[in-house]
Design a protein around this ligand. Structure first.
Ligand code: 87F
Length: 757
């Protein structure tokens, strides 16, 4: 175990390394769980005491000193990988070929820090800010820093981490280095132009060890470049050259202080929903305290604020399916290969997404074991066992669990994650009619979750042949839409599996046929709804101030914020406390989910932003003037509208407002949903409508080849190709002779098309 890292500055001359080099070491030490110990008067034996731009380190009392930044980082990495600290950060050399490759990639990022960020720009740039100043040089340096950072940005556009699928030493070193830039030169505007880097940096910070290692980041609000002074200025007519040499030295120092003072810790959102949707979404998810990023790409922590919404959905749906006669159960997480592949056809397409356990400790398992991506093949062998006669039917089971699908597309919290929570229902019936009826019953419940709980409108329909679950006879779906991106999103699916699986797994029952023992295969359904629901709700309702939660699922429906003033009498303060306490109690007794925010260490303004960001539907303020009038102010999160309400009417008014908000949020979202559907009857109108962020309702021949063709032909600079979202149950008239918009063949139905998640 690495317990301490000894470091020393070069003995004779003044250290020339920038201070943040030491902070990189500190970060590595914190991650490794080691302490940093400064050694005085070291003997730099065996190291090159040339410029010593990094503190020199010594890993054990017996080892020699290592200096130079890259070498220092690498030797720490190798040392940790040998079991002496955070072993995952650097590859161990037990598997030479992959370790070498990974180590090479990590080294490359360390070198990038040294040559691109630091030597090239960091030192000279900070010199410019703190020592000399020359507008032209400063501009040139800032420009080349941007060029260097664009490299990082490009890489991070398609990668969560710098090397591989988890955090490595490369992330620690580069993040600790760029922290300096985030604090000093990358103001809000520049951060916006580096969205992937900013997101990655925040991801790094959300790893607890890193947060601890790097400390709080005070993002730069606005770079205040020093005024150019004296003869150094080259740029013509730009900065006004005034003053002498002395000032020239002082000013930047003062500026530096000002720079620090002007830093703001960001409270609201930086990104705007309609301008940088991806950044906006990840900011909303993290800053509302719904999600924390995790060091494994595609995995997220659902914090209580998000989990509580899943709880609401769980509770409601659970009650509904139990009323239908469904029972809950739990099947194991692990599947053997033979069971998983029993129904080869439907699994084949998904095979790359299946995650496998291959080891216990250091020992290889005899046979690898898969982690469930869905449970058809896990459950159905037991259905075959349990179902004997018609008396055993229907069998209607559901489980609430997690599944793993190792996605390769860019992960997005809630919407596309590698592990997610869901319910999966698996039912068996004697007749197709019963199965058909249940498919729709469940789909109806799914649409109610979206529309009545989450206030998100959906379109109900059938999936096309190409888009249905391969193991199903037919698939029904609820499709939602994100107007801000113009993309459809599959909200939940309810499949009729027909007898496909019962034939495969031999799930037969003895029929009631009189005078003989007839046997028949059961008719099956499966249906699932995931935590994606929450992401859709965030995307549909959130705004530039953060989350907007529909009251039915909001963990807190109303927050009471008393606003005491410093000059209030003790008596008035007590009255305010009493009034807000009474209000709180009456809300509680009325079953309203209420929170009191009477924290003294935050200003009212801070609290308003905080609860707005978290999407609490109603804010109730009680200020000094309201005390005499025995009233409070109620502010709606969705519209921002404020009302004065007498205390005696508060409960009733709140109940009404919550109902109104729930209803109006759905109405507004529905109007936008409907506005986002355009009817198209000829190909020429199709791509322009897609590019205008619309869904398209078009007459279609229902041929798979045509759907594939549309997908290819509709890919444009604006986005990927379109597919059918569904064939809506609610079909407009299709006059005889109507042609397919894409093939010109006779149309069989109206299909809803769109780009999608
Ligand atoms: C990924 C890997 C392996 C989806 C997968 O929709 C298998 C699969 O079978 C897979 N991704 N599916 C289809 C899931 C069908 C169905 N299962 C029960 C549902 C709802 C719940």
């Amino acid at each position: 175990m690495l317990t301490k890292i000894c470091f020393a500055f070069p003995p004779s001359e003044k250290p020339t390394f920038p201070t943040w080099r030491l902070s990189v070491l500190k970060a590595i030490a914190a991650i490794a769980g080691a302490s940093l110990e400064k050694i005085k008067d070291p003997v730099f034996s065996g190291c090159l005491p040339i410029k010593c731009k990094t503190p020199a380190i010594r890993l054990t009392d017996a080892s020699g000193w290592v200096t130079e930044f890259g070498a220092v980082c690498r030797s720490l990495g190798v040392f940790m990988a040998s079991g002496a600290g955070a072993a995952d950060l650097y590859p161990s050399f037990q598997n030479l070929s992959t370790a070498n490759e990974k180590a090479g990639q990590i080294d490359q990022w360390i070198d990038y820090c040294v040559h691109e960020l630091d030597d090239g720009h960091g030192v000279p740039l900070v010199d410019q800010l703190t020592k000399s100043y020359d507008a032209q040089t400063f501009e040139d340096l800032a420009k080349s820093l941007r060029t260097s950072l664009s490299l990082l940005e490009l890489h991070l556009k398609t990668n969560t981490w710098l090397v591989g699928n988890s955090m490595t030493l490369a992330d620690v070193v580069v993040a600790a280095t760029v922290k300096y830039f985030f604090e000093n030169v990358l103001d809000a505007g520049k951060r916006k132009s580096l969205p992937a880097t900013t997101r990655w940096f925040e991801t790094c910070l959300s790893v607890p060890a890193m947060e601890q290692a790097l400390g709080k980041v005070a993002y730069c609000s606005k770079v205040k470049v020093p005024q150019a002074k004296g003869g150094k200025q080259k740029k013509k007519g730009g900065d006004k050259a005034k003053g002498g040499k002395q000032k020239n030295k002082q000013q930047p120092q003062k500026k530096k202080k000002e720079g620090k003072g002007s830093k703001v810790s960001r409270m609201g959102l930086d990104a705007r929903k309609l301008e940088e949707f991806g950044d906006w979404y990840s900011e909303v998810c993290t800053k509302s305290e719904m999600i924390s990023y995790y060091e494994i790409s595609g995995c997220y922590i659902l914090r209580p604020w998000a989990y509580s919404i899943w709880d609401s959905i769980h509770q409601w749906f659970d009650g509904q399916i139990k009323a239908l006669g469904v029972q809950n159960c739990y099947f194991p997480l692990f599947v053997t290969e033979s069971v998983l592949n029993k129904e080869k056809d439907h699994v084949e397409d998904f095979a790359p997404e299946v995650a496998w356990v291959t080891k216990s400790g250091q020992t290889d398992l005899d046979v690898p074991i898969a982690i469930r991506p869905t449970s058809e093949t896990v459950m159905y062998p037991f259905y075959a066992d349990w179902i004997r006669s018609h008396r055993d039917l229907p069998l209607r089971l559901n489980q609430w669990c997690n599944v793993i699908r190792w996605e390769f597309k860019h992960p997005t919290p809630f919407i596309r994650s590698r592990e997610f929570l869901w319910q999966e229902g698996h039912t068996a019936f004697a007749t197709k009619a019963e199965a058909d009826a249940e498919v729709l019953d469940i789909l109806d419940l799914y649409s109610k979750i979206y529309e009545e709980l989450l206030a998100v409108p959906v379109m109900r329909g059938k999936k096309s042949q190409k888009e249905k679950f391969a193991g199903a006879l037919y698939t029904t779906t609820v499709e939602a839409f994100i107007p801000a991106t113009g993309k459809g999103v599959q909200g939940g699916t309810s499949h009729c599996l027909g007898q496909n699986f019962s034939k495969m797994f031999n799930i037969q029952y003895e029929t009631e046929a009189i005078g003989g023992k007839g046997k028949d295969f059961v008719w099956q359904n499966s249906w699932g709804l995931t935590t994606r629901t929450i992401g859709v709700m965030v995307m549909v309702h959130g705004d530039d101030r953060g989350l907007v939660l529909p009251p039915r699922v909001a963990p807190v429906q109303a927050v009471i914020i008393p606003i005491p003033k410093a000059d209030m009498t003790e008596e008035a303060k007590a009255k305010m406390e009493e009034a807000s306490g009474k209000l709180f109690d009456s809300f509680k007794s009325a079953g309203i989910r209420v929170r009191m925010d009477d924290r003294m260490n935050y200003t009212p303004g801070w609290k308003y932003s905080h609860w707005e960001l978290k999407g609490v539907p109603l804010r109730i303020e009680i200020g000094p003037k309201d005390l005499d009038k025995e009233q409070c102010v109620m502010a709606r999160r969705d519209t921002g509208k404020k009302d004065f309400v007498p205390w005696k009417d508060c409960v009733e008014k709140t109940q009404k407002l919550l109902l109104d908000m729930q209803k109006e949020m759905l109405e507004r979202a529905r109007a936008e949903f409907n506005d986002s559907i355009v009817t198209v009857t000829k190909w020429d109108d199709f791509v322009p409508a897609l590019d205008a962020k619309k869904m398209i309702l078009a007459p279609w021949c229902e041929e798979v080849a045509v759907e594939e063709d549309v997908k290819t032909r509709s890919a444009s600079e604006e986005g990927a190709g379109a597919k059918t979202l569904c064939i809506p149950f609610d079909q407009p008239d299709l006059p005889a002779g109507t042609k397919c918009f894409a093939s010109g063949k006779p149309a069989k139905s109206w299909a809803l098309w769109g780009r999608s998640y």
